[in-house]
Design a protein around this ligand. Structure first.
Ligand SMILES: *[C@@H]1O[C@H](CO)[C@@H](O)[C@H](O)[C@H]1NC(C)=O
Ligand SMILES: *[C@@H]1O[C@H](CO)[C@@H](O)[C@H](O)[C@H]1NC(C)=O
Ligand SMILES: *[C@@H]1O[C@H](CO)[C@@H](O)[C@H](O)[C@H]1NC(C)=O
Length: 534
């Protein structure tokens, strides 16, 4: 067989596998995160399953924007008051310096607890409990959207269903316990550390990394206590539930929204790490709404998309900042699409600026006339811009956005400015550099080609592995032994300790023996003389 016919056969086999697997499973998605960007990624994963004939039910806090006619959504919405508090939290984030992610995490424990409490309330809601208290319900697979919530895996046990975790981030130490990935802090930068792709960390960086890791471990230990308590609170009334530790280990796979081959870091991953980065990006963009399409079709000098994401509303920013942004953008020859919620209250009118409340970001970024993306550097937006090969100006606000921005700049795809201290002149200079120097666009286009080059697309990967887990009723055979091992055993510290003891004992005995021999010899000086004579 020559190469191309072998490829045809393999392709045919893959399609047969994909089709024959679609016998219509019952799948439950548990997506309780209050962050819209998480929900987009998670819904995009599960939508693939609905499109391929599975019966999908999802539990959410927010109203999903990614939907499918065959997905049953059980939304347990936040109260009006909670929504207000969420908005106030975001506004507070937007007004403070969050560039040190770990410090921010500790500082914002209160806000994090608020979101986690809301997620826990959902699991205790009768609409969710009905699912398992009604014994007729049967699920073949539970997909859990990850946000520091492993106790929610209890619901998979209720259905005796295998579980897949859907993570809207790359593999990191948060998941070491769930997937059993080997972690080495000597070359794996911790969350929040940006190291150039393929570069080893310097001595100083490794020291920083050690401390960053230690700080994260403390944070995780606190979160673990929260998880244990939540598990008790939600499932404690059922004596047939296994201990929390077993629940956490019983995960078949984790879908990560990353693609290490193109994005890095290059690291060892166990087989239950499945990367589906870019899952939210459509293979073919949808046609744009008429107004946007017309606006972009007349962009003789190209166009810029400005969006600070789904969490931060323009009203969360200082009004002066919005005015400064407007002053610079309104002078450009490029056209600008600006995501802005309050259309009666804009920073100013200009022929080259179109304000819009809601934007199909992925479809806009796919448009050939878009030449620059001004973004808050959320993982989703950066991924989309990278996929479509568009350079970026990052204005990060909180969470992983600062480290995303740092990494994006290191990769050469754009520039980053502090939103908190934004001034007109540096903003204008950065825009000019990005619009006039072709190097950013060239680098990100090269990346885009790498990012798209995969044996199976992200959607095919989600479908294949979800059906794989359903076909085999879980995936206990591909679990890493590291999941069963504690810190001491996984680092072989007990073996090293034994060896050290053996060596110490050996040295001690040798010393005793030698001293005894010397003493004996010294006690009988004549015998030494005898030896010397020989
Ligand atoms: C689909 O799932 C729902 C649970 O949300 C269930 O009530 C319904 O019977 C399922 N449909 C089929 C055809 O299995
Ligand atoms: C682990 O998952 C399997 C399905 O893959 C299930 O049958 C089993 O009950 C689960 N065990 C625990 C402790 O949840
Ligand atoms: C992009 O802009 C150019 C110049 O205005 C226009 O001719 C072209 O049709 C636009 N492309 C699309 C896809 O709208």
């Amino acid at each position: 067989m020559d190469r191309s016919s072998r490829q045809t056969v393999i392709l045919a086999l893959v399609s047969v596998l994909l089709i024959s697997g679609s016998q219509g499973g019952n799948i439950l998605g548990v997506f309780t995160s209050t962050s819209p960007s998480h929900l987009i990624v998670q819904m995009s994963m599960i939508k693939v399953l609905a499109e391929n004939g599975h019966n999908v039910t999802v539990i959410t806090a927010l109203k999903p924007v990614v939907t499918h006619k065959d997905i049953t959504v059980i939304q347990v919405p936040l109260s009006e008051e909670d929504n207000k508090q969420m908005s106030a939290t975001i506004a507070q984030f937007a007004s403070q310096d969050n560039s040190n992610m770990i410090a921010t995490m500790f500082r914002s424990m209160g806000q994090m607890k608020f979101m986690m409490d809301k997620m826990r309330d959902i699991m205790r809601d009768q609409r969710v409990k009905d699912l398992y208290e009604n014994k007729d319900n049967k699920f073949d697979l539970v997909v859990l959207g990850y946000f520091l919530n492993t106790y929610q895996l209890g619901i998979a046990h209720k259905f005796k269903a295998p579980a897949i975790v859907a993570a809207s981030m790359p593999p990191n130490q948060l998941f070491d316990g769930i997937v059993g990935n080997p972690s080495s802090i000597s070359y794996l930068p911790s969350i929040g550390m940006a190291v150039e792709r393929g570069q080893a960390m310097t001595f100083v960086q490794r020291i920083q990394n050690l401390f960053a890791n230690a700080a994260l471990e403390v944070l995780f230990a606190i979160l673990e206590i929260y998880n244990v308590n939540s598990y008790k609170l939600v499932y404690g009334d059922d004596p047939s539930m296994p201990p929390f530790e077993e629940i956490g280990k019983n995960v078949s796979l984790v879908f990560f929204s990353s693609h290490a081959l193109s994005e890095g870091p290059i690291r060892p991953n166990v087989p239950s790490v499945i990367e589906v980065g870019g899952i939210q990006i459509k293979d073919k963009p949808n046609p744009l709404p008429k107004q946007l399409a017309e606006f972009l079709s007349k962009a003789d000098n190209g166009a810029i998309l400005l969006s600070l994401g789904s969490n931060v509303k323009s009203s969360h920013l200082k009004p002066e900042t919005n005015i400064k942004i407007f002053n610079v953008l309104s002078k450009l020859k490029q056209r600008v699409i600006w995501k802005w919620e309050d259309l009666d209250n804009t920073p100013g009118k200009s022929d080259n600026i179109l304000y819009s409340k809601w934007l199909p970001q992925d479809d806009i970024l796919a448009h050939p006339n878009i030449t620059l993306f001004i973004t808050h550097a959320g993982k989703g937006g950066i991924t989309e811009a990278q996929y479509h090969g568009k350079p970026m100006l990052a204005l990060p606000i909180f969470g992983d956005q600062h480290s995303n921005a740092l990494k994006m700049v290191k990769d050469g795809f754009g520039l980053s400015l502090s939103l908190l201290t934004l001034e007109e002149q540096p903003f204008e200079e950065s825009l000019t550099e990005l619009l006039e120097n072709p190097q950013y666009s060239e680098k990100v286009k090269t990346f885009s080609a790498l990012y798209r080059d995969r044996p199976m697309s992200a959607r095919q990967t989600v479908l294949y592995w979800s059906e794989y887990v359903m076909r085999h009723h879980g995936a206990p055979h591909l679990q890493s032994p590291l999941k069963q091992m504690n810190f001491i055993a996984s680092h072989n510290l007990d073996v090293v300790a034994l060896l050290v003891i053996v060596v110490i004992v050996f040295i001690y005995i040798s010393k005793l023996t030698i001293t005894a021999i010397i003493r004996k010899l010294k006690g009988k000086p004549e015998s030494i003389d005898k030896i010397k004579k020989h």
